[in-house]
Structures are given as structure tokens and as C-alpha cells.
Ligand binder design. Sequence first.
Ligand code: SF4
Length: 373
Amino acid sequence: MHPFQTDDPHLRPIYEKVLARERLSANDALSLYRSADILAIGWMANSVRERMHGDTTYFNVNRHINPTNVCVAACRLCAFGRKKDSPGAYTMALAEAFQTAASGYTEAVTEFHIVGGLHPDLPFQYFLDLISGLKERFPQVHLKAFTMVEVAYLAKRAKLSIRETLEKLKRAGVDSLPGGGAEIFADRVRHIICDHKIDGDQWLETARTAHQIGLKSNATMLYGHIETDEDRVDHLLKLRTLQDETGGFQTFIPLAFHPDNTPLEHLPKTTGMLDIKQIAVSRLVLNNFSHIKAYWQMMTPKIAQISLRFGADDIDGTVIEEKIYHDAGATTPQGMRRQELVRLIREAGREPIERDTLYRSVTRTETSVTVAV
Ligand code: SF4
């Protein structure tokens, strides 16, 4: 590796800490956000990433199931949720949800990622039946389901505690939770962008409870809207503190805000510089998180690829992958997606490893799948 260089005097002490494997402070994190020396920040994040994972870069093959887009909240950040009677609102009957899962399913799929709106009428039993029905039909597929926000809403509607709700979901077949709904924990921002959601403390408390009962989860941060550097640092440090306590987070996923079709569409989109810096700062600050994901569907494949040299070790799933297995290796446009993903990773000088939700490597032939245990 080439030597570390910077003209930014604030980065030098951070470099010393990174070399000594010391934890960065809130002030260090702020200095990183405020520095324009992206190469120096990237150098440090990359050294941590290589220390933890070498060249390994993870991807997975999953299917998204969104049972409903009907939502009682009206988050200004959101282009997905609809009121019950609005055009475009939908709710899947259970049979429809199973059909959706089956229509996109081949043995390449190792995970169903299940999230949706906060529906005012669907009973808790619908969600339990959805999960147990999927488990019954696809017993080998990991069910990563319901954000902390959804769990808290289901608990409220079912008049159960968060713990009871999570326990019932786990018994029905939920294997882990995704990281969504965290947005930015700072109250001031949360009131503006997602006023009807649980607050930051409740999000963290729900995650804590999930981890305590043995459900792993991811964590996210929505950036690039009206938050400040201080808000981002506060968010990262709160996650780091909870991770010290529970160890239940698997992956941190910074999510760039996409303003189109939201009430905040007057805001500009994030820039490449911010996207890459966000990955690098996350890698440096969250020293107790194993994985930092560059979510290519949101960051664009090009920025996600560069992020693999700036701290990211995971590039998420490929969503149209499975046809290549369905067609037993036929060269189809869908099949190109996997090749393209692998090419992106290899051209970044990294080694692609297909993983399941729990980061166990998956080996495939055209007719079989093996998950390392
Ligand atoms: S809770 Fe989720 S689905 Fe509902 S409006 Fe907010 S972001 Fe959209």
C-alpha cells in the first residue's frame, strides 16, 4: 500500500488512531465530514476494510416482497407509501404474497426481504400468517422482515409489548430484521422528514429488544437531505453504543436520499463525493460493525464500485439474478446482471463472494446450492 499523505492537519491525529486501532471520537468524525481530502479519508477507511476483510467483497441474491404500500404515516422522505384510497395503493392478499414469492423464486434466492407500509387495518395475524406461510413454502429461505418502525406499529395495533411482538414474529419464522426506518435519529430532523415514525430512542430500543431475543438486524442512516454533520455523527455514535451492548447489528447501510416524487423534491440529490465519504466515515467510526454496505441499487453501480476501495465490503444483492439458474445457465439479459456485478467487484481489485444473510458463503453449481456452516 502506498504511504498515507494529507495536507489536512485535522486528519493526521485520526490517522494515528486508525493505525493504533483506537476508536474515533465525535470530534474525529466531524473532522472527517468536514475534510475535503477524500483520498486521505479513503486511505484510512480502506486500510481498516482490508484489515477486516482483505479483498473479500460480499453480494447476495434476494427477493423483495412489499406486502402493502398503504401507510398511515406520511413521511416527507417517502415516495412509496399511499393512503388507503389513493391511486396506486395496494395490499396483497396472502395468496398473492405467496404467489409473488413463488414467481420470483428459484434456488438461487437465499433471502426474502420483506418490508411495507404501516397499514391501518391489517391485523397482526396477517403478518404472522404471511411469515409462517412463507416459511412453510420456502423453508430454506432466510426471512429478513419488518423494520423497527413496522414492529413498533404492529405492537401498538396488537396491544402487545415490543418484546412479545418480536417473539411472536420470531416464532412464526422471522429470522432477522432489516435496517430501515432509522433515517436520522436527531429529533429536529425526524420531526421534519418523518414526523409520524417512532423516534430515534424507540428505534434503538426496538433494535435492542430484537437483539436480546436473538434476532440479528441491520442498521441504516438516510443522509443527504436536511441533516447536519453533527446529526450524522450523533446517529453513528448511537448505533456504535448499542452495538457495544448487544453485538446484534450485522451491517451498516448508508442510504442516499432520493428526493424525486417526495414532498422534499426541491432538495438536490447527493453527490459522488458525499456518497463515497459517507461510506468511508461509516467504516472508520463504526469500528464494531463487521460490514459496511454500498447499496448499488441506490448509489449507482459506478459509485458502489469505487466505494469498494473506500471502506465498503458488501455491494448488496442482485435482484434479477435467479433466471440464470432457472434457465440452467442460459445467457439471458437477467443472467448478465450477475456477471456485471462480479465484473464490477473484480475490476475494483476485489474478490466476489456470494453470501447468505448471515454472511456464510454460498457455493453453487447449476443444479445445487451449498451454504457453508
Ligand atoms: S412509514 Fe415508511 S412507508 Fe410509511 S410513509 Fe413513512 S417511509 Fe413511507
